[in-house]
Write a protein that binds this ligand. Structure first.
Ligand code: GDD
Ligand code: MN
Length: 373
């Protein structure tokens, strides 16, 4: 039977023992003041700073439960583990470093419960919200750029927030689709639960005073990777096509650069052929690693062979379209360039379809791979 708790509070931690001794009593007091029944789930990645002892002591006075992950690290997956383990109908996530004011928990809870919101954010960027004065221009700019990059996915003011609440129902809608990399699990849930009614509750985001931030350059890079995954998720074939086309254009630059170099050493006709081969190969690698990165597990040589075939087919399609237009329509007789442009687009579309559904078809795991999963 499910517990009758009203709220599960999930707190991911890595080396936050000192902060927990301050945060948990503040949460405890808030729960008493607002008469909320809750559990507090701390998901720790095996911190070497005595977190288990601190949690043990705290659990004597507060409803604290510790989950220790020994073989995995990462903020987003820690949060998912906590959400999976939670037992209440309303789930709330917050940082351990006192950046998020626990006194705002009842307001987030009420917004979900009484305003029937699908998703509630403790937001720095709505009226009444703020960040610490001490934030330097670089950190502010960083945060603004990251927020702006999330615009194609959501119009909320603070999609970067790590302080949010969601109903179990909405979490479960997104659960099997989750595939986050890095820090932004809030954004991941927001997009994948297809939440519509999103409420932002203003908060003051305080600077941590104890311990250190785990936000590194790698995490910023991960954020870009995460955005690309969301882009593919939300826009599907449009997203793949845009990436395919941009890489195709970059191939023009590679081709011309390679040609200008090769002409120093090779005969012109050979140099042209080699330059085409070089740009086709760089395009292959870029498409394999970026556009169709989901198919990276498949054998590369086989893909390369198929890709070459698909480019050739695209080129034939381009050639045939251009010739057919010029020969069959009086309009195109004197407009060879326009016919060529249409030929290029047709060839590219054909090539794209072959790449998407044949060359880089989703890799189906073999029997052996399935066994080892
Ligand atoms: N379990 C686990 N594993 N927890 C982690 C890990 C990890 O690998 N990395 C970080 N955490 C925990 C921290 O202990 C802290 O409780 C919380 O996640 C946030 O980490 P910080 O290192 O304090 O991140 P931040 O202050 O740079 O980023 C915060 O602000 C962003 C908005 O500016 C986070 O709240 C983000 O979620 C938020 O989006
Ligand atoms: Mn922090």
């Amino acid at each position: 039977m499910r517990t009758l708790l009203q709220l599960s509070i999930i707190i991911p931690t890595y080396c936050e023992a000192q902060n927990l001794t301050q945060l948990i009593p503040r949460i405890g007091q808030t729960l008493i003041d607002s008469a909320l029944s809750a559990e507090i789930i701390i998901v720790d990645d095996h911190s070497p700073d005595g977190t288990p002892d601190v949690c043990q002591t705290l659990s004597e006075s507060f409803p604290v439960r510790l989950i220790t992950r020994k073989n995995e690290r990462g903020l987003s997956t820690a949060v998912i583990a906590g959400l999976d383990a939670a037992s209440a109908e309303i789930l709330l996530v917050m940082d351990a470093d006192l950046s998020h004011p626990p006194e705002k928990i009842p307001e987030l809870y009420a917004a979900l419960k009484n305003q029937h919101a699908d998703f509630v954010i403790g937001s720095r960027y709505v009226n009444g919200g703020s960040t610490e004065e001490t934030w330097g221009w670089f950190r502010k700019l960083n945060s603004r750029i990251a927020t702006w990059l999330a615009r194609p996915f959501t119009k909320v003011k603070d999609p970067m927030a790590g302080f949010f609440a969601i109903s179990r129902h909405n979490f479960l809608k997104a659960r099997d689709l989750l595939n986050p990399v890095g820090y932004k699990i809030g954004l991941e849930l927001l997009v994948k639960c297809r939440c519509r009614n999103i409420v932002e509750v203003p908060i003051h985001f305080a600077d941590r005073t104890l311990g250190t931030s785990k936000l590194s350059f790698t995490e910023q890079w991960n954020y870009l990777k995460h955005l690309k995954r969301l882009f593919d998720f939300k826009y599907r074939n449009y997203a793949y096509f845009i990436q395919f086309a941009v890489i195709g254009l970059s191939g023009v630059v590679v081709n011309l650069l390679a040609l200008s170099l090769l002409l120093h050493w090779l005969d012109r006709s050979v140099a042209i052929a080699v330059a085409i081969w070089v740009s086709m190969s760089t395009n292959f690698l870029l498409n394999r690693n970026i556009t169709f990165s989901y198919a990276r597990d498949a054998p590369i040589l086989k893909q390369y062979f198929h890709y070459s075939g698909s480019c050739l087919t695209g080129a034939l399609c381009n050639w045939a379209t251009t010739i057919a237009l010029c020969n069959s329509f009086a309009y195109f007789e004197k407009r060879t360039m326009l016919a060529a442009l249409i030929g290029i687009l047709m060839g590219m579309a054909f090539n794209f379809i072959l790449c998407r559904y044949l060359v880089f078809a989703k890799h189906k795991p073999t029997g052996d791979e399935l066994k080892t999963e």
